[in-house]
Design a protein around this ligand. Structure first.
Ligand code: NDP
Length: 355
């Protein structure tokens, strides 16, 4: 039987220490099963947390596999369908519906019901592989918390993250202006222009966010109104400073904790400005909403991608079959480098496996 490379782990730890290449075979094709070949799969911060053992959703380690296959998100092409599967054909593109199904592998077998077929016409593998986590999170957070209307302003930190890039583009497409906070860096000017090219209105550093002249610029951007929505990727002081720029009755939505610092909410904002604080988790949204609602959102996002309104996230590709990658040892080295790179800050790049 044929075997296929997969990135497997059997204990928690530093991703670059615990991931190993394992050769897995697929079970015989059952009536309702579908065999797929992955095209691309990103390394998201949550994947790193899963490997470190700090994510609330834990994998099932199985003896057959010798652990669990890493990776949560990805796009795959159908290569074989069971005799009862009539609504999928070889060549169709699919996304896994469940989280944590193990996408860092070339081939896998799913039950038909665990896959969502997508219309990939005019959509790149990179866009399809990354749509269910970053742009979907951006989509829900911009739409579901504050009633924004054309010309309103939203704030976000971690603005160069995958989510942040999608927030900028969706907001632009929906007529909402954005104030984008990033960590200071030597090439800040370059990052600022790249974010502006995506549609960012204001791009500022964490330090600038505290300055009175910035508060004035934010108000001017909102034509006299302070923002009513702040999207928090970072926590800590970054979030506190951002929240000070919110207007009366504003909403802060926390979805990431990149600084690993707790969130400190200004007391005065709660009492005098009626601040509303929320948490968002895409996984919870998926669990609480139907597959058709998910499909409708993805359809919308793919339409925007086709129209050039939602670009691929800035990324670097790690190709399983790249020239120079020799044997399982070579592949293991490549994969370990990729996860190590994904764990570094200040790269502004999503690390993505292609197969
Ligand atoms: P990316 O890997 O694309 O980007 C990571 C971002 O974090 C960059 O903006 C980076 O900026 C910033 N960052 C890294 N280290 C630090 C630090 N120490 N302090 C401040 N900022 C830092 O990430 P994603 O867009 O995929 O995810 C961003 C966050 O959102 C993660 O925490 C992730 O877990 C979370 N997330 C949550 C979801 C949910 O459902 N709640 C869904 C999707 C993502 P820099 O260039 O300055 O390093």
């Amino acid at each position: 039987t044929a075997t296929y490379p997969a990135l497997v782990y059997s204990k928690y730890g530093r991703p670059e220490d615990i991931l190993r290449v394992s050769r897995l075979s697929l079970p015989p094709l059952a009536k309702s099963s579908v065999n797929v070949q992955f095209l691309a799969a990103p390394i998201n911060p949550a994947d790193i947390n899963v490997l470190q053992g700090t994510y609330p959703v834990k994998p099932t380690f199985s003896d057959d596999i010798g652990g669990a296959v890493a990776g949560n998100e990805g796009v795959a092409r159908v290569v074989a369908v069971g005799s009862d599967v009539h609504d999928l054909s070889v060549g169709d593109w699919v996304l896994p519906l469940a989280s944590g199904s193990g996408t860092w592998r070339t081939h896998a077998q799913y039950s038909r019901d665990d896959l969502l077929q997508i219309d990939h016409d005019g959509v790149s593998p990179i866009t399809a592989a990354t749509v269910t986590v970053n742009p979907s999170t951006a989509y829900r957070m911009v739409r579901d918390f504050a009633p924004l209307k054309t010309g309103d302003v939203l704030l976000q930190n971690g603005a160069n993250s995958g989510v942040g890039q999608a927030v900028i583009q969706l907001a632009r497409a929906w007529g909402i202006r954005t104030v984008n906070i990033v960590r200071s860096r030597p090439n800040f000017g370059e990052l600022k222009s790249e974010l502006q090219e995506l549609g960012a209105d204001l791009v500022i550093t964490e330090d600038e966010a505290r300055r009175p002249e910035i508060a004035a610029a934010v108000k001017e951007l909102g034509e006299g109104h302070m923002p009513s929505l702040a999207l928090n990727c970072v926590g800590g002081k970054s979030a506190t400073n951002m929240i000070r720029l919110l207007g009366h009755g504003g909403h802060v939505v926390t979805y990431g904790g990149m600084s690993r610092e707790p969130l400190t909410l200004p007391t005065s904002a709660f009492i005098f400005k009626d601040l509303k604080a929320h948490g968002f988790w895409m996984t919870r949204w998926y669990n609480e909403h139907s597959t058709s609602e998910r499909a409708a959102m993805l359809k919308d996002l793919f339409k925007m991608a086709r129209e050039g309104k939602l670009k691929e996230p800035w990324h670097r590709v790690w190709k399983f079959s790249a020239n120079g990658v020799k044997g399982d040892e070579g592949l293991q080295t490549l994969c370990r480098e990729a996860v190590a790179e994904a764990g570094k800050g200040l790269t502004s790049r999503k690390q993505i496996f292609t197969f």
